[in-house]
Design a protein around this ligand. Structure first.
Ligand code: RFL
Ligand code: PHB
Length: 393
C-alpha cells in the first residue's frame, strides 16, 4: 500500500516522537516508523538528566505537566575524589538555568501519551526500512509491516533511528565524515527500588568511576565503570554494591540503602559524530548522527536540540515557504553537537581510570581535578555546560 505524508520519520525514540509532536503542533503531517514494539521502546532504561533548554522545549510543546510535577530540579551535583572528599558544584548558571532529574522513560511515555491524544500515526514493529531517492523532490521509504511490503511517500525524511539505524547509511560514504573515539571501559548500571541520594554524585577513584543517580523518590540508578569484556552475569548484586561502596567516601555510602536490582545492563562508552546531518531531503537527528559518553548527560539533550532546530526549519518551509533554517540546520545543530562532544569527553577523561594512562597523564588528570576543587571559575565553567548553553536563535 502507498501512503503519503509530509515528513516520514524513522524511529520512535525521543527524537522521532518529539519531532512528530512539534510538527503536529504546526499542522504538519508525519508518519513515524519504529522497528520495536511500543513496550520495548518505553522499557529501555537510559538517560536521567535534562538540560534547562530541554525542559523549556518540552514545556513549550505542552509536555510540561508531568515533568513539572515529578521532575526534580537540582541546584547542585557532588563530585567525590578518591573516597575522601566531596565537592559541591552548583548547577544554577549565572542566568538562572538549572538541571532537572527526569528519566528518559518518563519522557518517552509522555510523548506516546501525547501522540495517542492527537491521533499520531506511529507504526511499530516494522522491518526492512529503507529511505529511497533522498536527493529527489519525492523521497520515499519502503518497509515491511505485518508481512506486507509498504511504501511511504513524503516531502522530507527525518532519520531519528539511533546509532544502529539505517538512515545514516543512506548518505554515501564519500559525502560523509566520521569522527570517533572508543573508550576502553563501559558502565554497568543498575536500578534499585530504594531511595536515592538527595543529589547526583559523580565519584572518581583509583578503582574507577561511579555515579549515584535517581529516577523517583523510591527508584535509584547507580553506575560503576567496568572492563569492556565484563558481562552482567559477572556482576551479582552483592558484587555491585561492594564495588560501588569501595569507590565512595564512607560518609556517603553509609547513607545509601541497598536492595535487589530490578534492571542491570552494561553500556560501552563512545564519542561519534557523522557530518553533515543533511543529505538532499534526508535529515538526521539525535543518536543517528552522533553519540556521546553518558558522563556529561548530553545524549538525550542533543536529541532534543537537534529536533528543535529541525522542526523550526520544516515549519518555516511548509508554513512560510522560507528555507533559511533548513539550509543551515546541519551546521547549526553540529555547533551544539561538538560543544557537547567536547564536554562529555572532558568529563569522561576527568573522572574515569584509563588502564593505559602513563604516570605523566595521570598527574595531569589529578591536577585537572585539583583545579576544580581550587577554583570557583573552574566550577562555573562546568556548571554552565552541564545545565546547557542557550539554543541559537
Ligand atoms: P534512540 O533512543 O536510540 O531511538 C532510536 C529509535 O529508532 C529505532 N530504530 C529503527 N526504527 C525503524 N527502522 C530501523 N531500521 C531502526 N533502527 C532503529 C529504535 O528502535 C529506537 O526506538 O535515539 P534518539 O531518539 O536519537 O534518542 C537519543 C537518546 O536515546 C540517547 O542519546 C540517550 O539515551 C543516550 N544514553 C544516555 N544519555 C544520557 O544523557 N544519559 C544516560 O545515562 C544515557 N544512558 C544512553 C544510555 C544510550 C544507550 N544506548 C543507545 C544503548 C544508555 C544506553 C544503553
Ligand atoms: C542517569 O541518571 O542515568 C544519568 C545521570 C547523569 C549522567 C548519566 C546518567 O551523567
Amino acid at each position: 500500500m502507498v501512503v503519503k505524508t509530509q515528513v516520514g520519520i524513522i524511529g520512535a525514540g525521543p527524537a522521532g516522537m518529539l519531532l512528530s509532536h512539534l510538527l503536529d503542533q504546526a499542522g504538519i503531517d508525519s508518519v513515524v516508523l519504529e522497528r520495536q514494539s511500543r513496550e520495548h521502546v518505553v522499557g529501555r532504561i537510559r538517560a536521567g538528566v535534562l538540560e534547562w533548554g530541554t525542559v523549556e522545549i518540552l514545556r513549550s510543546a505542552g509536555l510540561g505537566e508531568r515533568l513539572d510535577a515529578e521532575g526534580d530540579v537540582h541546584d547542585l551535583i557532588m563530585i567525590a575524589r578518591n573516597g575522601e572528599d566531596v565537592l559541591n558544584v552548583p548547577t544554577v548558571s549565572a542566568d538562572g538555568r538549572k538541571m532537572m532529574a527526569y528519566g528518559q522513560t518518563a519522557i518517552q511515555e509522555d510523548l506516546f501519551n501525547a501522540g495517542d491524544a492527537r491521533g499520531a500515526q506511529v507504526v511499530f514493529e516494522v522491518s526492512d526500512v529503507v529511505p529511497n531517492d533522498v536527493t529527489s523532490a519525492r523521497p520515499w521509504i519502503s518497509y515491511t509491516a505485518d508481512g506486507m511490503s509498504e511504501r511511504l511517500d513524503c516531502d522530507f525524511i527525518a532519520g531519528c533511528d539511533g546509532f544502529h539505524g539505517v538512515s545514516r547509511q543512506a548518505i554515501p560514504a564519500q559525502t560523509r565524515s566520521e569522527y570517533e573515539k572508543v573508550y576502553p571501559f563501559g558502565w554497568l548500571g543498575i536500578l534499585s527500588e530504594t531511595p536515592p541520594l538527595p543529589s547526583l554524585l559523580y565519584a572518581t577513584h583509583q578503582r574507577g568511576f561511579a555515579l549515584c543517580s535517581m529516577r523517583t523518590p523510591m527508584l535509584s540508578r547507580y553506575y560503576v565503570q567496568c572492563p569492556l569484556e565484563d558481562s552482567v552475569d559477572d556482576w551479582s548484586d552483592d558484587r555491585f554494591w561492594t564495588e560501588l561502596f569501595a569507590r565512595l567516601p564512607a560518609t556517603v555510602s553509609g547513607t545509601i540503602a541497598t536492595g535487589p536490582s530490578v534492571e542491570k545492563s552494561i553500556a560501552p562508552l563512545r564519542s561519534f559524530v557523522s557530518e553533515p546531518m543533511r543529505y538532499g531531503n534526508l535529515f538526521l537527528a539525535g543518536d543517528a548522527a552522533h553519540i556521546v559518553p553518558p558522563t556529561g548527560a548530553k545524549g538525550l539533550n542533543l536529541a532534543a536540540s537537534d529536533v528543535f532546530y529541525l522542526a523550526r526549519g520544516l515549519v518555516d518551509h511548509f508554513n512560510s515557504g522560507n528555507d533559511d533554517y533548513l539550509e543551515t540546520y546541519s551546521e547549526t545543530a553540529l555547533r551544539r553537537v561538538w560543544s557537547s562532544v567536547r564536554f562529555s569527553w572532558w568529563m569522561t577523561q576527568l573522572l574515569h581510570r584509563f588502564p593505559s594512562r602513563s604516570s605523566f597523564e595521570q598527574r595531569i588528570q589529578d591536577d585537572d581535578l585539583a583545579y576544580l576543587w581550587a577554583s570557583a571559575n573552574a566550577r562555573s565553567t562546568l556548571t554552565e555546560q552541564y545545565v546547557g548553553l542557550r539554543l541559537e536563535e
